[in-house]
Design a protein around this ligand. Structure first.
Ligand code: PRT
Ligand code: MG
Length: 216
C-alpha cells in the first residue's frame, strides 16, 4: 500500500482545513497541538505539523508528498518546485500596503529625497510589487508585528496580510493599496505525482470534492 505524507501548519490553516480533512477521511487522530508527526483517520496518510513557511521546502524535497499552504507563502517562496492543483478557499485574506492614517502617503505623497521604506515579512513580494510600478524602495525584513514599524518610524509603510482589518484599525493604520487576494492552496511534490500517482490523485480528488461540496 502506498503511504502519503501531508504537511500543514497549526493555527489558522489547520483549523480551517479540519472540515476538508474530515470530509476527505484524513482528519488527525493524534494531538495536533504537541505532535510534529501524527496519524490520520486513514492508515495510509500521515500528517506533519510544521511552520507555514517551511511547507514549500518539505514538499519540494519530497519529505512531504503534499502540503497545504497560504498563497502568500508560495508567492514569496517563488519558483516552480511543486504542482499547485487546488485552491482550497480557506484562510482567506489579502496582501496590502498600509500606513499611518495621519501619513501624507495616504494621499500618494512620497518621502523627500529618499526611497520609500517598506517593512514586511514578504521582501520578494514587496519588491516585485514596487518594481512593477517602476518604484525602487528600501525593504526592511521583519519576522512579525509589522504594524509597529510605521508607528515608531522604522518604515513608511508595511506590506502585510489583512483579514478583518481589525489589527490595522487598532494600531491607527489604514490600507492604501490592495496587492492581491490570498487563500490556502494544495501543493504536490512533482516526483510523487508519478511515483505515487494513484494514491496521490485519489486523495486530491477527495479533497477537491470536499472543497466543491463546501462551496455548495
Ligand atoms: O504564526 P507563525 O509565525 O508560526 O506563522 P504564520 O504567521 O505564517 O502562521 P499563521 O497561522 O499566522 O498564518 C498562516 C497563514 O494563514 C498565512 O500564511 C496566510 O496564508 C493565512 N492567513 C489568513 C493569515 C491571515 N488570514 C491573517 N489575518 N495570516 C496572518 N494574518 C495576520 C496578519 O499578518 C495580521 O497580523 O492577522 C493579522 C490581521 O488580521 P485582521 O483580521 O486583524 O485583519
Ligand atoms: Mg502568525
Amino acid at each position: 500500500m502506498t503511504t502519503l505524507t501531508l504537511a500543514l501548519s497549526k493555527g489558522r490553516i489547520l483549523d480551517d482545513s479540519l472540515p476538508l480533512l474530515t470530509a476527505a477521511g484524513i482528519a488527525p487522530t493524534g494531538d495536533a497541538e504537541r505532535l510534529l508527526r501524527l496519524p490520520s483517520q486513514n492508515p495510509d496518510v500521515s500528517l506533519l505539523i510544521i511552520r507555514a513557511t517551511d511547507v514549500p521546502t518539505y514538499v519540494a524535497y519530497g519529505a512531504a508528498d503534499l502540503g497545504i499552504v497560504g498563497k502568500d507563502v508560495l508567492l514569496e517562496h517563488g519558483g516552480d518546485d511543486f504542482y499547485e492543483p487546488l485552491d482550497l478557499g480557506i484562510a482567506r485574506c489579502h496582501l496590502s500596503v498600509a500606513t499611518r492614517k495621519d501619513s501624507p502617503l495616504v494621499h500618494g505623497e512620497r518621502p523627500f529625497k529618499r526611497r520609500l521604506r517598506v517593512a514586511t515579512k514578504y521582501p520578494n513580494l514587496a519588491r516585485r510589487h514596487y518594481a512593477e510600478r517602476g518604484e525602487q524602495v528600501e525593504i526592511i525584513k521583519l519576522y512579525g508585528s509589522m504594524e509597529l514599524a510605521p508607528l515608531v518610524g522604522l518604515a513608511d509603510v508595511i506590506v502585510d496580510l489583512v483579514a478583518t482589518g481589525n489589527t490595522l484599525r487598532a494600531n491607527g493604520l489604514v490600507e492604501v493599496e490592495k496587492i492581491c487576494d490570498i487563500s490556502s492552496r494544495l501543493v504536490l511534490n512533482k516526483a510523487a505525482t508519478k511515483l505515487k500517482h494513484d494514491a496521490l490523485h485519489g486523495l486530491v480528488d477527495r479533497l477537491r470534492a470536499a472543497v466543491e461540496t463546501r462551496r455548495g
